[in-house]
Ligand binder design. Structure first.
Ligand code: 3PY
Ligand code: MG
Length: 247
């Protein structure tokens, strides 16, 4: 059950994936066949039912890419539903303090490390075939717990967030630019300073840092900057393919 994305980041590689908010197992398969390391099934801004999330996860597995689910908020029920469907990780948006991040980690881990409720009948436990400590320990070790740092308050509290037990800190550049007051200038020096502060804190505490980009140039830029995990927006890639024909 080992998580290949955790493995890649531990080896100092940059994992590359895509965020998709459109329900289509076929497109999820295409992302996997194209070589993306992970797919973030985006149910913060997407409109998937839990059954659809499960089918997207299945499609990712078929195509050899790691399925991760972005949930709408940090409640225990959202975290539980995503992990029980078989997600190998969760992205939790809008985390602003160490206490909020610790609550996410607790909800994502089975006892004794957390408070995640257990049912062996779920897909993640092979519907009851994978029971007991091998499932519990395996899941606790493998699940990627990622929180979004996307407000000036979160950047202010970044050290306590980094030491909360998370596996990955993800900078949400859109929310960060809007919440910091620079909606039209994502490259404003203040935003760059905030990104650098997050990266430095991650280095200090041994936690990888991820970020969203829209294209190959952004991927190269953030990989060189030090990102361990880069998600590319699915709709941007699609528009760029479409308009390469029409424009
Ligand atoms: C943001 O840019 O705000 C994000 O959450 C990216 O996924
Ligand atoms: Mg965001």
């Amino acid at each position: 059950m080992a998580n290949p994305i955790k493995q890649m980041m531990a080896e100092g590689k940059t994992a590359v994936g895509s965020f998709i908010g459109i329900y289509s197992p076929s497109l999820a398969e295409m992302l996997g066949h194209s070589g993306f390391d992970f797919v973030v099934i985006d149910n913060e801004h997407g409109s998937y039912s839990w059954g659809e999330v499960e089918n997207m996860i299945r499609a990712c597995e078929l195509a050899g890419t790691t399925p991760i689910v972005r949930i709408v908020n940090s409640t225990q029920s959202e975290i539980l539903k995503a992990l029980d469907r078989g997600a190998k990780g969760i992205h939790v948006p809008q985390i602003n303090t160490g206490a909020e991040a610790r609550a996410v980690v607790e909800a994502a881990k089975f006892p004794p490390h957390g408070t995640r409720g257990v049912a062996y009948s779920v897909r993640a436990a092979k519907y009851g075939l994978n029971k007991g400590s091998s499932y519990l320990q395996g899941s606790n070790d493998d699940v990627l717990v990622c929180v979004h740092i996307e407000t000036p308050q979160a950047v202010e509290n970044v050290d306590e967030i980094m030491t909360s037990g998370i596996d990955l800190a993800f900078i949400g550049p859109t929310d960060l630019s809007v919440s910091a007051g620079y909606p039209d200038n994502p490259d404003h020096p203040e935003l760059e300073a905030m990104r650098n502060r997050v990266l430095e804190s991650g280095r200090k505490h041994g936690i990888p840092v991820g970020i969203l980009s829209t294209d190959r140039a952004g991927l190269d830029r953030f990989r060189n900057w030090g990102a361990s995990y880069v998600g590319i927006n699915f709709t941007s890639m699609l528009y760029s393919a479409f308009t390469s024909i029409t424009r």
